[in-house]
Design a protein. Structure first.
Ligand code: GYE
Length: 311
């Protein structure tokens, strides 16, 4: 009897799927939440997740993928830090018959080299932010400063393009300064300090557009230290919808954010389960929603509702 149970246990263990996950790092609150949720989702499904933190370096991601391939994992999840330079490693995975799913960022490689990508329409997110600003300022002349995400990453490229689309046709709105702050709070603060200095102590800035909430939160601190009121003297619009931006909104210090779900792994594991079961090939892009939240959407309630949901 004992032998039977032990044998069954072994058989079940042998069937557990192993997935390698190459995460970018922990540059933002959103990223940390995605990591937490991916681990949770794997555990709920009995998937053995091998987690690797690349500390923002593409070379570390490539090395992690090579290790996963050598280990013969059943699938690979990767949040690719930048958009270019993935062809050879994706070809290696394909040759080894290991399906790859991209999470939250895109790559420039041939779509045949990965199974699917789960993420938002990054251009659309920027456009939603731009349109919000155009609506908020009306005819008023508005000098905008922009904090970009990691240079060469698809969200930095697309959220810039999208925002420019959103403000197109509004000659009164102009992006006067634009620099990367690597999606982090600390660099967001530093770069905003230099923007404020260069723009008459901030008096010449009408709005800040940040490619993620963490950079906005850092910049809000800089604006306050410069003696100005964020949310009023300088409008603040960003992307992600992390709890801290709702806290800032509830305090009247941020104006709008575009939501990005940190649960990319749920849809990714669903697609993989179907693929493993009978070879069902998912669509090349599984799109998540991009809702806009402003100060009038009960930011204090939003903060409470989100706190703990992986954040
Ligand atoms: O918005 C940002 C993060 O890749 C779309 O990366 C994602 C972005 C997210 O660090 O906060």
């Amino acid at each position: 009897m004992l032998t039977t149970v032990a044998t069954l246990g072994l058989a079940a263990a042998a069937q557990a799927q192993t997935v390698g996950f190459s995460q970018i790092g922990s540059e933002s609150g959103w990223r940390a939440a995605e990591t937490t949720l991916t681990k949770q989702q794997a555990q709920e499904r009995g998937i053995d997740l091998k987690f690797s933190d690349a500390q923002q370096k593409q070379e570390n991601q490539i090395a992690a993928l090579r290790t996963f391939i050598a280990q013969g994992v059943d699938a690979i999840l990767i949040a690719p830090v930048v958009a270019t330079g993935w062809d050879s490693i994706l070809e290696e995975a394909k040759e080894a018959d290991i399906p790859v799913v991209l999470l939250d960022r895109q790559v420039d490689s041939d779509k045949e080299l990965y199974l699917t990508a789960v993420g938002s329409d990054l251009v659309h997110e920027g456009e939603v932010a731009g349109k919000w600003l155009a609506e908020a300022v009306g005819d008023k002349s508005c000098r905008v400063v922009e904090l970009q995400g990691t240079t060469g990453s698809s969200p930095a490229i697309d959220r810039k393009t999208g925002f420019e689309k959103g403000i197109a046709g509004h000659a009164n709105i102009e992006i006067v300064r634009s620099q990367t702050a690597d999606f982090t709070r600390s660099i967001g603060k530093e770069v905003m300090e230099s923007f404020l200095q260069a723009e008459n102590g901030g008096a010449d800035i009408c709005a800040l557009y940040a490619h993620n909430d963490d950079m906005a939160v850092g910049a809000i601190q800089a604006i306050k230290e410069a003696g100005l009121k964020p949310g009023e003297d300088i409008l603040v619009v960003s992307i992600d919808a992390v709890p801290d931006i709702f806290k800032a909104m509830a305090d009247g210090e941020a104006n709008a954010t575009v939501e990005l779900t940190p649960n990319m792994a749920g849809p990714a594991f669903d697609a993989l389960a179907a693929y493993w079961k009978d070879g069902t090939v998912p669509p090349k892009f599984i799109q998540t929603d991009s809702a806009l939240y402003t100060m009038s959407d009960d930011p204090a309630g939003q903060y409470q509702a989100r706190k703990g949901l992986g954040y």
